[in-house]
Design a protein around this ligand. Sequence first.
Ligand code: NAD
Length: 283
Amino acid sequence: MIIDGKRLANNIMQDLKTQIEKEKAKPGLAFILIGEDPASETYVRMKKKACENHGFVSHIIKLTEKVSENDLLAKIEEVNKDSSIHGLLVQQPIPKHISTTKVMHAVAPSKDVDGFHPMNMGKLLLGEDDGFFPCTPFGITKLFDHEKIETASKHVVIIGRSNIVGKPLAALLMQKKSYGNATVTVVHRGTKNIKSICKTADILVAAIGKPHFVTKDFVKDGAVVIDVGINRVKSDGKVKVVGDVDFSSVEASVSKITPVPGGVGPMTIAMLLYNTYKSFKCS
Ligand code: NAD
C-alpha cells in the first residue's frame, strides 16, 4: 500500500551510474546557491551527495544574499558556456531583489535540467518529449508507471497550482501519452468546495505546503494519494518533516499512498540526475 519512492529512486540512479561507468567523460551538474537559507542548503547538499554517489560531477556555486541581479545573470551565462557542465540548477527561493523570471529565462534551455525555462515548459504543454520535464511531476509519472497505477480515464485532482509542481503535473497527466490520458482538475486557494472535489478523485495529489491539510474526509475509498508536501514542523522539541497529507487519518481508506519522507522527494532527485544524463547524452 505504501509506495516506496526511495527504492525506485535508488534503482533509477543505480542504472544511471552503470551507464556512466561506460562513458569516457562524466556528466556535470552545477548548483547556484544564493544566501544562507538552511532548507535550500539541505536540498543542495542532498542533490550533490546523490551526484557524487552515482558518477556525476557536481559543483556548488555559492553567492551571497546581496549578489546583484547582473552578477547572478553573468554567472549563469558563464555556466551556460562551460562545456563540462550539462545541467544548471538555480536553487529557489531567489532573493526578492532578483527577478525569478529573468533567472529562469537566463538558464540555457539545453542545460535547464529543472525544466523551468519557458522553452521546456512550452514543449511539455505541446506534448514534445525532447525537452526537460520538471523533476517532481516527472518523478510522479515514473511512480505511477512503476506501481502500475493507471492514469488513463482516471480523475486526478491536484491541490496546488505552482509552476514547479501543480501546473506541469496537470499538463503531463492530460497528454495523449502512456503517462497521461487522465481527466485533471486543479484546485487552489481560489477554489470553492475543495473537500468535495477531492472526494471525487481516483488519484489525489497534494502539493500545497500545509502540514496535514488532507484528512480522511478529502479522500474517496480506494483512492491513490500522492503527497508532495515537505513541511518542517516542531514536535517534542525536535524538527520533523511531514507531508501535506495526514497519513494516519487517510491510510485506512487509500489503495496506495506515498509517505513523507521516502515518497516523492527521492524521485525528484533521481529525475534531476536523469535529466542531467539526458543533457549529457545530447551534448
Ligand atoms: P507553492 O507555495 O508555490 O504553491 C502552493 C500552492 O498551493 C498554491 O498554488 C496555492 O494556491 C495552493 N494552496 C496553498 N494553500 C492552500 C489552501 N489552503 N487551499 C487550497 N490551495 C492552497 O508550493 P510548491 O512549490 O508547489 O510546493 C508545495 C509543497 O510541496 C511544499 O511543501 C514544498 O516544500 C513541497 N515540494 C516538494 C517537492 C518534493 O520533491 N517532494 C518538490 C517541490 C515542492
